[in-house]
Design a binder for this molecule. Structure first.
Ligand code: AP5
Length: 196
């Protein structure tokens, strides 16, 4: 994608509730990168109430993966609109090996993959806590759907990461938010230094 050659492209992976959104907010604050959450892009499409949005809503309520052509279209459009960005932070993508391949083919190679690693019990309890505290309820934050989201994540992730051994940074996501961010932040600073 034109304009993305000299700026870092970072994927943030992790199961539901592993802290992707939490770490992304801190990365944006410190590094000024543009943040693209595929979950947020899809929820915006659902909120628009289009026919496509209705189809996506059914898939997401079950905790299944949306077809990649839908996700990649939304991502590509959003990234094109962020021309001149200092860096691209892609949250929750890829979720299958083929998504990573399609991204690198149609957008740009990835520089760094941050993989937030958490136990399923931790992920479940964080999401249920988030759901109980938040005013806006997510249709997929119930125990059955969370279980399906975690199973899908576990089934696909090793295959995705095995494609990118040199770019992958595995981070223990069980710790305090700020401790995790120290490690995440160092990995991003290293990428920036290597690119300049
Ligand atoms: P998406 O919206 O991406 O949801 P998710 O992956 O299930 O992740 P969450 O947003 O629930 O959690 P998070 O990791 O961001 O954690 P957070 O920081 O909020 O995707 C939703 C759906 O969209 C998918 O199921 C699928 O259907 C579809 N979809 C999305 N991308 C797709 C794709 N690429 N292809 C196909 N379909 C796709 O943290 C959770 C809670 O824990 C918060 O309350 C937070 O305060 C707390 N917390 C965070 N870190 C810590 C910590 N270190 N210690 C204690 N608490 C913490």
């Amino acid at each position: 994608m034109a304009g993305s050659e000299n700026v870092p492209i970072i994927w943030i992976l992790g199961g539901p509730g592993s802290g992707k959104g939490t770490q992304c907010a801190k990365i944006v604050e410190k590094f000024g990168f543009s943040h693209f959450s595929t979950g947020d892009l899809l929820r915006a499409e659902v909120a628009a109430g289009t026919d496509k949005g209705k189809e996506l809503s059914e898939i997401m309520k079950r905790g299944d993966l949306v077809p990649n052509e839908e996700v990649l279209d939304l991502l590509l459009k959003a990234m094109k609109e962020a021309k001149g960005s200092k860096g691209f932070l892609v949250d929750g993508y890829p979720r299958e090996k083929s998504q990573g391949v399609a991204f690198e083919k149609s957008i740009a190679p990835v520089d760094l993959i941050i993989s937030l690693e958490c136990r399923p019990e931790t992920m479940v309890s964080r999401i249920l806590k988030r759901a109980s505290e938040s005013v806006e309820k997510r249709a997929d934050d119930n125990e059955a759907t969370i279980k399906n989201r975690i199973e899908t994540f576990i089934k696909n992730t090793d295959e995705i990461l095995s494609q990118y051994p040199t770019q992958t940074k595995r981070v223990d996501g069980e710790r305090d938010v700020d401790l995790i961010f120290c490690e995440v932040s160092q990995a991003i600073s290293d990428v920036i230094a290597n690119k300049s």
